[in-house]
Design a protein. Structure first.
Length: 118
């Protein structure tokens, strides 16, 4: 079993920055990836970014490329999502996830609200 605990959400004006953190526990993650997804009211949950645990290889949704950066701290079992140049359309609940490399959706965190005002 894997437990994921997120922190770092909040409110910011457009153009601002926030950093989300996700601490993972409960198993080793050698063959896993960690991811971030988000969900806005009335919309489906969508992929934001993921990173392979072993090699730290990132991938991003087109909507956040160049603005968001996913990274991981091996020693702390923590994944980060640095969000810069935030836009009102980035407003959503952001969920940390873990699972197989191409689709890390086996485990979920509790969600962190991010609100971007114009």
């Amino acid at each position: 079993q894997v437990q994921l605990v997120e922190s770092g959400g909040g409110s910011v004006q457009a153009g601002g920055s926030l950093r989300l953190s996700c601490v993972a526990s409960g198993r080793t993650f050698g063959s896993f990836a960690m991811g971030w997804f988000r969900q806005s009211p009335g919309k489906e949950r969508e992929f934001v970014a993921r990173i392979t645990w072993n090699f730290g290889s990132p991938s991003y949704a087109d909507s956040v490329k160049g603005r968001f950066t996913i990274s991981r701290d091996y020693a702390k079992n923590t994944v980060y999502l640095q969000m810069n140049s935030l836009k009102p359309e980035d407003t959503a609940v952001y969920y940390c996830s873990a699972g197989p490399t191409l689709n890390p959706t086996d485990y979920w965190g509790q969600g962190a609200q991010v609100t971007v005002s114009s």
